[in-house]
Design a binder for this molecule. Structure first.
Ligand code: FAD
Length: 346
């Protein structure tokens, strides 16, 4: 089957890898410059590295435990700790060199196309068509697939599927991330991560050296959802200055060598969907952490579940009347060519 995956985060790459291993022709497209989505690592001035999104992950399910075992065996992932203020017995895993390294590893050998911002997914008589405009030096294009897995945050999926399928209405909390390269080690107590509750600004402080992301001093600080929404539209320069000042208790007196701000509009789904994926039309699936649970492991389980379902279902032809009504409602998108955007051979 020809399968298109929108999103090269944990859910998308897990679905793509599983389907590709099962012999399907899979293309992954993502609007970002690099694979990983919310599992992203910032290269700082001076050579330090900071995970700016996900900080660690759990492996409570047998599926994730098995995957983490494989990533550990190849030297990518290690057990960081078993909790922060106190041990709860559940291992937290980190990626040596940063989360982006794991995501590059997962993308290896797959047909993953970055800087492709999908504008719409529409039914055609040949299958589901994704289209994207020219951007970042990439030409405009389209791709037709027998099945599409959309792993973007759900409000972004709703925009892609506007008028085509009913998408669950799921809300997300935002977070603002501050990453700092420092001249000397930070002062974050062992094991190098603090989850704060009740703090008016910060929800997380992480020492990137302690968890093996960076060999040079670097901190990651995440704001609470409340702070993020109150300051979402603040001027970037002013916000950065304010947050750097508020980070001083954690910098151990070190000078700030480099500072970066990232606004994650869709950081965490507030109330995930009760199932691991959602088939919104025949052959059209939504997956991601809004379905599997609001964390890396949830995204992984969701991608896996969507892939397993596609494998079992086989090609899902749009029922004739449904296809006809879609095509009537869709002007100018009836016949499509895959020229220049071919699928890899099985
Ligand atoms: C600040 C922060 C801290 C976190 N900390 C942790 C943690 O410590 N532990 C943990 O387990 N989880 C953590 N999480 C959550 C974790 O990162 C996510 O649950 C997980 O990475 C989600 O993966 P995903 O594949 O579902 O989505 P994403 O990683 O968001 O992937 C979706 C992809 O879709 C792409 N996309 C969107 N729209 C389009 C479009 N129109 N066209 C093409 N591509 C598109 C995006 O570029 C993105 O790459 C954190 C998240 C944030 C933001």
């Amino acid at each position: 089957m020809r399968i298109a995956v929108v999103g090269s985060g944990m859910a998308g790459l897990t679905a793509a890898r599983t389907l590709s291993d099962h012999g399907h022709s899979v293309v992954v497209v993502d609007k970002g410059r690099l694979p990983g989505g919310r599992m992203a690592t910032t290269e700082m001035v001076g050579g330090a590295r900071s995970d700016k999104g996900a900080q660690f992950f759990t492996a409570r399910s047998p599926e994730m435990t098995e995957a983490v075992g494989r990533w550990t065996d190849v030297g990518l992932v290690h057990r960081w700790c078993s909790g922060f203020t106190r041990s709860d017995g559940h291992p937290r895993y980190a990626t040596s060199g940063g989360m982006a390294r794991l995501m590059h590893y997962l993308a290896e050998g797959l047909d993953v196309r970055q800087s492709v911002h999908v504008a719409a997914v529409r039914p055609t008589e040949h299958g589901w068509e994704m289209t994207w405009p020219q951007a970042h030096g990439n030409p405009a294009g389209s791709l037709v697939a027998d099945a599409v897995v959309v792993t973007t945050p759900v409000p972004q999926a709703a925009a892609l599927l506007d008028g085509i399928a009913a998408v669950p209405d799921l809300a997300y909390d935002a977070t603002i991330s501050l990453t700092l390269a420092l001249s000397a080690p930070a002062s974050v107590p062992s094991p190098g991560g603090v989850q704060l509750s009740g703090d008016p600004v910060w929800s997380w402080i992480g020492d990137n050296v302690a968890k093996g992301t960076s060999s040079l001093p670097a901190l990651t600080l995440h704001t609470t959802a409340e702070f993020a929404s109150a300051h979402w539209d603040d001027d970037a320069g002013q916000l950065m200055a304010e947050l750097v000042a508020l980070a001083v208790p954690w910098t151990g007196g070190a000078a700030v060598v480099d500072a970066r701000l990232h606004r994650w509009r869709y950081a965490t789904p507030v109330e995930p969907y009760p199932e691991r994926f959602c088939e919104v039309a025949p052959g059209l699936y939504l997956a991601g952490d809004a379905f599997g649970g609001p964390r890396v492991e949830g995204a992984f389980l969701s991608g896996l579940a969507a892939a397993d379902r596609i494998d079992v279902d086989g090609p899902q032809l749009l029922p004739e009347p449904l296809a006809a009504s879609y095509l009537d409602a869709t002007t100018g998108v009836v016949t499509v060519s895959n020229e220049g955007a071919g699928y890899p051979k099985r």
